[in-house]
Design a protein around this ligand. Structure first.
Ligand code: ADP
Ligand code: MG
Ligand code: MG
Length: 494
């Protein structure tokens, strides 16, 4: 039954999502530091064209503004570059386009880039960078309802006061982390997330600490997790087009991770989240591990029901375990229950292990021929024979007939419409009062080693995500006006 408390928490969240939400003091919060306060930054910032003018969204905008002034010159130079390249006529358009872009960057990264660094646009860029580095703390955000809980983290909806942007904040209690010696694990999760940049994996926007918690601020996924959609929205299981679409996006996410030598190890419905539009992202990288070239890892981690036979068997393993996980996921989305467990059944661990290692999963009539075939290929006990585990990696999986109707290029560009769009007025989570709070841990004392670890964790804003947040919420546009006489701030004296 929905309680008043739950209704109130959901209403507050839906309102916050609907729009605005900037604090009335937002301009004050985002006031540019005087240019003289950016001197250190100017000295130390790496003068790399690609990073400053292409990769960083605000950097790119300011460089473009600067280029508008020198555009005619650039155009001529571009033409000359392209002509001098003597491109054969039979080349495909796309190739020519890539060459164009390459030559354009080559031109811009010389003279124009040098001039840019002496312009008011670059001075402004430094001001934005200085703001980006402001310390992040509890007061940076407004907090809304609890969204979910896992082994270590409670995840809360939150909103940046200055911009109104919604995020999900995963909080790890310092006492819990210390008591259970999970410092390495927490840092590992944060560092892996920080390194990733994929539309199929949640982004890390901020990492900071409060008196009691370590916080990771992540892409807000309003559509709930797949576990919720499979089991809590009427009869268990999903329609075939949804199963195929989610499986394809998860497949792209896994390939991205594997390309960066990251093994995920925790694939299960609760860790796959839906956004406003119905696209999914892989989340919860707490068990992910960075592999060194050509090596394998060992370690019995994951959630028992979804562990591959080689994990249960204490063998060395590699990317194969994630493909097993994808098999479990497709199976569960289709059947409405995981492969080795009947509905509502809670077998003992030893029994689960036995089934995973020795028994073959059964296929009911919800499984079409292709669905059954991809599941049994992914759920092959021998990791060397499993689909996806061969040299070509994820390519084999993409080419399976189950995915015949998926255009992976379009999917990777975010240009395929999801088959299901979450209702913006609904909150797809368990009622607040049904999510247990963590018990408090007593008798934990902190020392120097802890402070060192917290400082490694507390890295503040993630540049690219932060800059995108300012652009997306319109704050950049509103604040990026230039002072009289075309100066970045009223007086530009250093
Ligand atoms: P744990 O590592 O403890 O399992 P998770 O990162 O999986 O923690 O988060 C627990 C639950 O919180 C998830 O199953 C999901 O329901 C919810 N959740 C996690 N991240 C987000 C997010 N970015 N947006 C919305 N809900 C989230
Ligand atoms: Mg989890
Ligand atoms: Mg986890």
């Amino acid at each position: 039954m929905e309680t008043i408390e739950s209704i109130a928490a959901n209403t507050a969240l839906v309102r916050a999502r609907e729009g605005g939400g900037r604090s009335w003091k937002w301009k004050e919060m985002l006031r540019f530091p005087h240019i003289s306060q950016c001197k250190d930054l100017a000295m130390n910032i790496e003068r790399d064209y690609y990073s400053l003018c292409v990769k960083q969204p605000i950097g790119k905008k300011l460089f473009q503004l600067f280029c508008r002034i020198i555009i005619s010159e650039a155009r001529v130079a571009l033409l000359l570059c392209v002509l001098s390249n003597d491109i054969a006529v039979q080349c495909q358009m796309e190739f020519i386009f890539l060459l164009w872009i390459r030559d354009l960057h080559k031109y811009l990264s010389n003279e124009p880039f040098t001039q840019y660094q002496d312009s008011m646009f670059f001075a402004r860029f430094l001001q934005w960078k200085q703001l980006e580095r402001s310390p992040i703390m509890k007061q940076t955000f407004r907090q809304y309802r609890l969204l979910g809980k896992g082994g270590f983290g409670a995840v809360w909806a939150c909103q940046v006061r200055a911009t109104g942007k919604m995020y999900a904040c995963k909080k790890l209690e310092k006492t819990h982390v210390k008591k259970r010696k999970r410092e390495d694990m927490a840092l590992n999760e944060k560092e892996i997330l920080q390194e990733l940049d994929s539309r199929f994996v949640v982004n890390l926007a901020y990492a900071y600490e409060t008196k009691h918690n370590l916080c990771m601020v992540l892409t807000m996924m309003n559509g709930g997790d797949l576990g919720f959609h499979i089991h809590r929205m009427g009869s268990p299981g999903l329609t075939k087009d949804r199963v195929r679409f989610y499986a394809a996006e998860v497949c792209c996410g896994l390939i991205h991770l594997h390309q960066k030598s990251i093994l995920y190890r925790d694939l299960k419905p609760e860790n796959i989240l839906l956004d406003d539009n119905g696209h999914i992202r892989i989340s919860d990288l707490g068990l992910a591990v960075k592999m060194s070239e050509g090596s394998l890892v060992r370690g019995r981690v994951g959630t028992l029901g979804y562990m591959a036979p080689e994990v249960i068997g204490y063998e060395r393993y590699g990317m194969s375990v994630d493909w097993w996980g994808l098999g479990c996921l497709i199976y569960e989305m289709t059947a409405g229950r995981p492969p080795f467990r009947a509905k509502g059944e809670q077998p003992k661990s030893s029994e689960m292990e036995r089934r995973i290692q020795n028994e073959h999963e059964e296929y009911g009539n919800q499984f079409s021929k292709e669905t059954k075939d991809i599941c049994s290929s992914l759920l092959t006990k021998d990791p060397t024979k499993r689909l996806g585990s061969q040299k070509s990696g994820g390519k084999d999986v993409k080419f399976h007939p189950f995915f015949q109707e998926i255009n992976f290029r379009m999917l990777e560009a975010g240009r395929v419409d999801p088959p299901f769009k979450p209702d913006p007025s609904q909150v797809y989570c368990t009622d607040v009062q049904d999510i247990e709070e963590f018990s408090t841990v007593k008798g934990v004392h902190f020392d120097q080693t802890d402070s060192f670890f917290y400082s490694q964790f507390n890295t503040g804003s993630n540049s690219i995500i932060w800059q995108n947040e300012l652009i997306e919420t319109g704050c950049f546009e509103e604040l990026n006006v230039f002072g009289p006489k075309g100066s970045a701030s009223p007086d530009l004296d250093w």
